[in-house]
Ligand binder design. Structure first.
Ligand SMILES: Cc1ncc(COP(=O)(O)O)c(C=O)c1O
Length: 456
């Protein structure tokens, strides 16, 4: 999570001119300061955490400002533009529906909604059969949590209401999704006691070295949680803050535990879904199928659309009109999502991400070796990686180095979003899934140089 503002003072930086990167002005660009200041004056401070670059247009793995600068995009926005910026098939699908003059349809049936739910459903393993379309990842997680609680009540009454999630997890910023998130600060802002939201350690092998499933059971016991009171367990396939996929043995233990205790297993695939980890769905790494899966970000090629997929039993809990949303499957967004999914499948972007995974993670491991202990861990899967900056020899986050690394990379023509994760110590690298290998390598060499200099 970004907790600092980047200064709005233009800095003279080295001129960069390669095939993919171009930095020809001070950063931030002096002419951009009025726009940046206007945002700071008219928006809440919370919106001001990203590097001070005015985005103007993008193409594939490149992003540009209006002042002649161009970056290799290692952010994908925030893991959204998986098929790259402005993919021609996504543009054409949106243009088609716009020229039909269908911009909105509420929950009235549309052909594009039918095709999208059928397409997503056809990709999902059994018993995930039904798909409910929403707008944001937070909404999808909120909806999944509510479904689990409703089912819990029907099976076990008022006693079966607990939602278990993971420390350092993130499921969004609506009330329920934020309560399920694993940052105590985010829960504290909401205030009050929430004994129905309980966290256990995530088996990342770094801050929680013991990855055996017994840690889950012991942690619930230590917190006095009766397994029969659990309505659902929600976890990210990989934690956004550390890019570590839940180990298969742990996930399988969790699947069994949820079955034994009639708890809904919810996997939050908002980041991991649709090819990011080298498989269509992140849970394919684990050998389990959840009861409910939440999707967002890379599902739609950049347009706001998310989805909750679930079993018949869970998705049929509410009657007609009882689970809806004004912008469910907005036709323009749905058309973009259909085209985006076609691109991911037909251009085999999951396979491409898997093929480049060793380049990305290999480079992260090299940066770690060269970091004099300042990178405590480099984890990743497919085309997502997190570098954990720490005080050497500890797992204590070092947000200052992480911040400097992001700032210097942006000044050198590689776009990264602000540090995330525990104490703001993690730098994430997650380019579009169709990034060409030479572009990936050029960007990684820039990050490697910045890390080596900052950690010397
Ligand atoms: C794993 C995960 N779940 C949920 C969300 C929330 O998604 P949104 O910002 O679209 O509400 C995010 C956003 O970063 C996420 O990474």
């Amino acid at each position: 999570m970004a907790t600092r503002e980047f200064p709005l003072i233009p800095q003279d930086v080295e001129r960069v001119e390669t095939r993919y990167r171009r930095i020809v002005t001070p950063i931030p660009v002096p002419e951009s300061i009025p726009t940046l200041q206007e945002l700071r004056q008219t928006e809440p401070r919370s919106m001001g955490g990203q590097p001070p670059v005015v985005w103007d247009n993008g193409q594939g793995s490149l992003i540009r400002d209006p002042y002649g600068n161009q970056w290799i995009d290692f952010s994908s926005g925030v893991l959204v533009t998986s098929v790259g910026h402005a993919h021609p098939r996504v543009i054409s699908a949106m243009r088609d529906i716009l020229t039909k003059h269908l911009y909105h349809a509420y929950c009235f049936p549309t052909d594009v909604r039918a095709r999208l739910t059928a397409r997503i459903s056809s990709l999902l393993p059994s018993p995930l059969s039904r798909v409910f379309l929403l707008t944001t990842g937070s909404e999808a997680c909120e909806c999944a949590i509510k479904l689990a609680k409703t089912r819990g009540q029907r099976l076990g009454g008022a006693e079966k209401q607990v939602i278990v999630s993971f420390e350092n997890g993130f499921h969004g910023r609506t009330m329920g999704s934020q309560l399920a998130g694993g940052s105590p600060a985010l829960k504290a802002w909401i205030g009050g006691d929430h004994p129905d939201f309980v966290q256990v350690p995530f088996p990342d092998g770094f801050r929680c070295p013991d990855t055996s499933f017994s840690v889950f059971e012991e942690s619930l016991k230590a917190q006095g949680v009766n397994p029969k009171s659990v309505a659902g367990v929600i976890g990210e396939t990989y934690q956004g803050c550390n890019a570590k996929v839940m180990p298969a043995h742990y996930a399988q233990g969790l699947r069994r535990w949820c079955d034994e205790n009639q708890a809904v297993l919810i996997l939050d695939e908002v980041q991991a879904g649709f090819g990011r980890t080298g498989r269509m769905f992140g849970f394919e790494h684990m050998g389990v199928v959840p009861d409910v899966a939440c999707f967002g970000k890379g599902i739609s090629g950049g347009m706001p659309l998310s989805a909750v997929a679930g079993t018949d039993e869970i998705m049929e809990l509410y009657g007609p009109g009882e689970m809806t949303s004004t912008h469910s499957a907005n036709p323009v967004c749905a058309a973009a999502a259909l085209a985006n999914i076609d691109v991911i499948v037909e251009e085999r972007l999951g396979e491409h991400a898997a093929a480049l995974a060793s380049v990305l993670l290999g480079s992260g491991q090299e940066m770690m070796q060269a970091s004099n202990g300042h990178i405590g861990r480099a984890d990743g899967e497919g085309l997502v990686m997190a570098l954990q900056f720490v005080t050497p020899g500890t797992t204590q986050p070092d947000p200052d180095i992480a911040f400097d690394v992001v700032q210097k990379c942006v000044q050198a023509g590689v776009m990264l979003f602000a540090p995330v994760g525990v104490g703001g110590g993690a730098v994430k690298i997650n380019p579009p899934l169709n990034i060409p290998e030479d572009v990936l390598r050029e960007g990684l060499s820039v990050v490697g140089d910045v890390v080596a200099q900052r950690c010397a």
